[in-house]
Design a protein around this ligand. Structure first.
Ligand code: SF4
Ligand code: FE
Length: 487
């Protein structure tokens, strides 16, 4: 079975050992039916549903495996050309349009591709067999159509200390024991996107390590239902609105069917068999892995252009509902939103088409442009959100509760006084305002704004990479040549 249906994916989660998931002070007996978690599962399930036979998007969501020749989900794919990198970001924009939030599955895909090429180069230097081992693991991923959480961010504690200097070494995932048949790891990973909705987690180092940090230079696979893992669910703004009316239309949730997911993941002496270890102590390759993973994931932030498309659509629609769509300043603001969104898209597309083959044979995006793309993402969605709020008007934060539309004492008053343009249903107008609220300051804003800022590395991380990749020395020579400076 190389492709699961959405239904099979949902079942595959339930068939696991019980996970240790804590939320709001309680251990969840049944995490999958919790309205907050269910919404996040729906987002990942889309990556299966749109790949199903008969789906209009099957070609966008699937690819022919370079390892087996079978049709597989693109999220399990090792990219072999600039065109495939481009198809990847196209898929991400599409999914952003469909769920309006983070669909979580990209982190693993980006981690696969970074690990694929890094293990090849490690083996070249050290004569190890990590790459063949990793390829074998990828067969399992492809054939099982697995979701794998790419786990990079360690809690870090005191940022002024290197991993080996930390008084509590658990603030970085590290090897605590080496056995003949594998390793044992402990530590934690923070804000792990989709970790509970994943089958496996691919652990990677979070920073470039030094020789003294050897035990922290570890890359390996753990099963998400390992009893040694504890998950503490991350809150999102207005998340409990999902619990208010889960069986109704839940209008106050804004976009009730979809959500993202982040959690703190703690590893307490988790055993990893040798065949699932892809770096153990090769500290001098940690930087390469981090840089390549970050590069892929920064290009993946094309997902935000899909959410941007939703934001632009919402802006146009609310302008029409308000009777303001013909005002020239509204039209101009919508042009501006499109310009910003497509500027992100252009850097994302460009870094794919300028991608180069690595020694291992897969393709790596252009690192300079991938970092420019992500730097754009740290800024433009905020401006798009500002313009969306500007066009929407203040009612998006002063509108009454959904129940006030049901209460016979208030329903007619709400309808009469909160209506918009002639012929527009007041409830539709309020629903759209809740969507805008969600996108710009609710659960979806976690994905559209804060994740845009900090996901795949905070803005300064991209600026460091831009400084490194921009080759300013060469640019100095251009200036000197034109000015006829000989020295
Ligand atoms: Fe994918 Fe975007 Fe979510 Fe990252 S933020 S996992 S790229 S949807
Ligand atoms: Fe992210």
């Amino acid at each position: 079975m190389a492709l699961m249906t959405g239904k099979e994916y949902r079942e595959s989660l339930r068939n696991r050992r019980p996970l240790n998931v804590y939320m709001a002070g309680e251990k969840l007996e049944n995490p999958y039916d919790h309205p907050i978690i269910a919404a996040s599962i729906n987002s990942i399930a889309l990556t299966y549903e749109l790949a199903e036979e008969g789906s209009d998007y099957r070609d966008d969501l699937t690819e022919i495996s370079s390892l087996t020749g079978n049709r597989i989900n693109r999220f399990c794919h090792i990219h072999r050309s600039p065109e495939e990198l481009y198809k990847k970001v196209g898929m991400q924009r599409l999914l952003g349009q469909k769920c309006g939030t983070c669909f979580q599955r990209c982190v693993g895909m980006d981690a696969f591709n970074a690990t694929f090429s890094t293990t090849y180069e490690m083996d070249e230097k050290y004569g190890t067999s990590y790459h063949e081992r990793f390829k074998k693991y990828m067969l399992e991923v492809e054939e099982g159509d697995l979701v794998v959480d790419g786990c990079m961010t360690d809690p870090k504690g005191d940022r002024s200390k290197r991993p080996h200097q930390c008084p509590d070494p658990d603030v970085y995932v590290h090897v605590v024991e080496r056995r003949p048949d594998g390793i044992v790891i402990s530590g934690a990973k923070t804000h792990q996107t989709g970790c509970i909705n994943s089958h496996h987690a691919l652990i990677m180092p979070t920073v470039t390590m030094t020789e003294e940090d050897k035990d922290f230079a570890v890359t390996c696979i753990v099963e998400s239902d390992d009893p040694g893992i504890t998950y503490i669910y991350g809150r999102q703004s207005c998340d409990t609105r999902l619990m208010e009316d889960p069986d109704g239309d839940n209008m106050d949730a804004g976009s009730p069917n979809f959500g993202g997911q982040e959690a703190l993941m703690v590893f307490d002496n988790v055993f990893v068999p040798t065949e699932r270890v892809f770096m153990d102590g090769e500290w001098d390759f940690s930087g390469m892995l981090v840089e390549r993973f970050a590069g892929y994931h920064r290009s993946s932030y094309a997902c935000k252009t899909g959410v941007g498309d939703v934001a632009i659509g919402a802006a146009q629609l609310i302008a029409e509902y308000n009777g303001a769509a013909r005002a020239s300043h509204i039209k101009d603001k919508i042009v501006e939103m499109n310009h910003l969104n497509e500027t992100i898209w252009s850097s994302s597309v460009a870094c794919c088409w300028l991608g180069k083959e690595t020694k291992s044979g897969n393709y790596l995006i252009d690192l300079l442009l991938a970092n420019v793309c992500k730097q754009n993402v740290t800024r433009f969605p905020y401006e798009i959100a500002r313009l969306l709020q500007d066009i929407a008007g203040g009612l998006m934060v002063t509108a009454p509760h959904a129940k006030d539309l049901e209460n016979p004492e208030t329903a007619e008053l709400v309808k009469k006084f909160l209506g918009g343009a002639e012929g527009v249903d007041t409830k539709d107008r309020l629903k759209l305002l809740r969507l805008i609220e969600n996108l710009t300051m609710g659960r979806a804003a976690v994905g559209y704004l804060t994740e845009s800022m900090h996901g795949a590395g905070s803005p300064q991380a991209q600026r460091i990479m831009i400084a490194r990749q921009a080759d300013v020395q060469r640019k100095k020579e251009y200036a000197k040549a034109l000015a006829n400076i000989k020295s």
